[in-house]
Design a protein around this ligand. Structure first.
Ligand SMILES: *Cc1c(COP(=O)(O)O)cnc(C)c1O
Length: 374
């Protein structure tokens, strides 16, 4: 196959679990001239990205920056910096991303204790805290705020408070939550929080915003052995971010322009307005799909507005209809993962995709497909 301009004609409306649609402004920012990674003008822009990320994360943490890599690199950066072989780590598992956190912990030689809930349900905070109490010396508790594989909005506000004063750090996966639903790193006592650019921030995949609390940095400073990852070692990356500006690896310059523009757009809209926009369109989509016989996969009361996970009406096979939604209506949605594979659709209304016009397009497509198959 040859790649021509035609490859990019009629791009789909991206309403899957990521990547989300990218605005013209961000695309234009990505195309700006590439500056050197030690050019003071680029370093000013990078510092501004850090400042804007602090605002979005709700933190004053000095060590707040975009990891070079997608959301999974953010996850790996959190784990590989904090976890040492032999550590006890408690992980909440109720979907793909909790499963991945647990796997990373095991690969690092930790003793991983999982606290599980059925896919589609939240994990009671009391159970997570009980697991920490039952395992004295637990070094870390890791949870996923927005479980993109199931649409669950995991409550976390009580965890940090209960861990305060102890020796257990709180790690939160905010890949799908950042910019979509409220998140307060400092107020909720989160020690390390990572995200990704390609979900509710509306920037192409390739960067993972992350923030480390002073307590987390102290943990890293007093490690018995250096992190097994040289690339993601935050104590080395800090030499580039700080006043020394020491070369570690070349920053992905143009992607950082894109993130900067996305954060400027976010500030213009306002964080509160952005949450409200996601809530409004997500609730509308969920209501309209319910009226058409779709059945929520996610338990009531913990449904994310930006990620709707649903069974099709009368348990119709999801794959053929999902492929037709793409082929005939130009809309990309996701299928299920793990135990939900083949059973559900996952519809993302994230970042620039969180618009009433997106909901209109999905409903038009769904109505045409269901009508035709009746
Ligand atoms: C998408 C996602 C990730 C991984 O991000 P990638 O950009 O695909 O590497 C991690 N955690 C959650 C909750 C996600 O939704």
């Amino acid at each position: 196959m040859t790649v021509t301009q035609a490859t990019f004609d009629n791009p789909p409306l991206l309403l899957g679990p990521g990547p989300s649609p990218v605005s013209e402004r961000i695309r234009a920012a990505l195309a700006r001239p590439t500056l050197g990674h030690l050019d003071p003008r680029f370093l000013d822009l990078l510092d501004d990205v850090g400042q804007r990320l602090r605002h979005v994360f709700g933190t004053e943490n000095a060590t707040t920056f975009p990891v070079s890599g997608t959301g999974s690199a953010g996850m790996e950066a959190a784990m590989v910096n904090l976890v040492e072989s032999g550590d006890t780590v408690v992980v909440g598992v109720n979907g793909v991303f909790g499963t991945r956190l647990a796997e990373m912990g095991r690969r690092l030689g930790a003793r991983v204790v999982t606290v599980e809930a059925p896919w589609g349900e939240a994990i009671p905070q009391a159970q997570l805290l009980e697991a920490v109490r039952a395992n004295p010396g637990t070094r870390l508790l890791a949870v996923v705020h927005a479980e993109t594989s199931t649409g669950v909005h995991q409550p976390l506000e009580l965890l940090g408070e209960s861990l305060r004063g102890g020796d257990t750090l709180l790690v939160v996966d905010a890949v799908t939550s950042l910019g979509g639903v409220p998140l307060q790193v400092d107020a909720w006592g989160i020690d390390v929080c990572y995200s990704g650019t390609q979900k509710c921030l509306g920037v192409p995949p390739g960067l993972a915003p992350i923030t480390f609390s002073p307590r987390a940095l102290e943990r890293i400073r007093t490690r018995k052995t250096p992190s097994s990852s040289w690339y993601l070692d935050v104590s080395l990356i800090a030499g580039y971010l700080g006043s020394e500006r020491r070369y570690h690896h070349t920053a992905p310059i143009n992607l950082i322009y894109g993130l900067h523009e996305g954060l400027v757009e976010l500030e213009e809209e306002g964080l509160g307005a952005r949450f409200e926009r996601h809530r409004e369109v997500g609730e509308r989509l969920q209501g309209e799909l319910g009226a058409r016989g779709f059945v929520p996969f996610t338990a009531e009361g913990v449904r994310l507005p930006q990620l709707t996970a649903v069974h099709l009406p009368e348990d119709r096979e999801e794959g053929p209809l999902r492929r037709r939604l793409m082929a005939e209506h130009g809309i990309e949605v996701g299928g299920g993962l793990g135990p939900a594979a083949g059973k559900i659709w996952r519809i993302g209304l994230m970042g620039h995709g969180a618009q009433h016009t997106s909901v209109d397009r999905v409903l038009q497509g769904v109505d045409a497909l269901l009508e035709a198959s009746n």
